[in-house]
Ligand binder design. Sequence first.
Ligand SMILES: [Zn+2]
Length: 401
Amino acid sequence: MTRNIASPASPEDGVVAPCPACAASAEQGGYGEQGRHGALVGAPRPAPTTQDVARSPLDPWLAARLSIPLDALSPATVRARQVDLLREAVRRALDAPFYRARLAGLPLPRTLDDFACLPFTTADDLREGGDALLRVDDDAVARIVTLPTSGSTGAPKRLRFSDADIERTVDFFAVGMTTLCRPGDVVVIFMPGQRPDSVGDLLDRGLRRAGMQPVLLPPAASGAEHAARLAQTGAQVFVATPTQARAIADAVLAGLAPASRPRACLLSAEATPPETADRVRAALGCEVFDHWGMTETGYGGGVECTAHHGFHLREADIHVEIVHPLTGGPLPDGQTGEVVVTTLAAEAMVLLRYRTGDAAAMLPPPCRCGSPLRRLGPVRGRIRRYGNHWDIITLAKGIRP
Ligand SMILES: [Zn+2]
């Protein structure tokens, strides 16, 4: 549901070969830099002026969660704390039969380098591991999310979450949304939210906790209908998938729906093609924020700040690595590789070094918002391995006006 890719990617979506220019441009953190490869064509986002930029609210939240004084927050202090959390995560993972077998005979990691030697967890492991990945009794599982496989065969992936897991996500949403929301704002949510503990429901709860007025709207048949509903609410902010937001923008620009004037929107659940963000800005005049996350990370993962220079990460709950898609070795900041996540605080089901298949680079600190921490750069597509080669399948662009 909250994969960061619009749809199961296919070669028809377009393929680009990774190259040093891609890696170098990741350091710039801009959007549209893959245009020369025919992949992500779009105008670079205008750089916000200094007075527009506020430090990410995730920094004080992280400092509190990690017991680090805010003025001591740095990549080094976060890394040091994460080593402790990773050791605890490995210990907890060993409660699950899958990891007891997978890690048998391996010592607990003492350093990040040790941790980076542990075996990966793959999507196939999730499909085939089933209940063996669960480390709590069934009655401690509050929510099961089933993700269908893109092929016609094979078991689906099943992610399990406890009440405490869900609470951490609501907490992240409550803080992360203050990046773009103010108390009292009406916030329209177009994400699925009718079922308890669905992503829309968790976002609704997070927004209420932070003093906003969320409005959950059921899925509409067209962009024009979404746009009309958005205008009716008079919302200051809306949350949508890039596909939904693009359809709203197209409908407004085509004169099929009334234009509303929200102040900001958050695009989530799919990777955002740069031209989609441009189109939404052109149609609605709002500031566009991007979110990265997936069901495997408990939905939330990272959110842009007002500098729009990468995703500030939920580093108290997840550890993010960028690895070479073939060798699995670590890649330096700025170099595009596969995003690998470890769920540091997960209770029902720990994922150690889970290969997400997302292609992205880590952006070197500091951020222009004043945060000293690293951020995850834009997701460029999906990693595809074949033989001794790899490339990136770029984002699907299916748009329904
Ligand atoms: Zn920032």
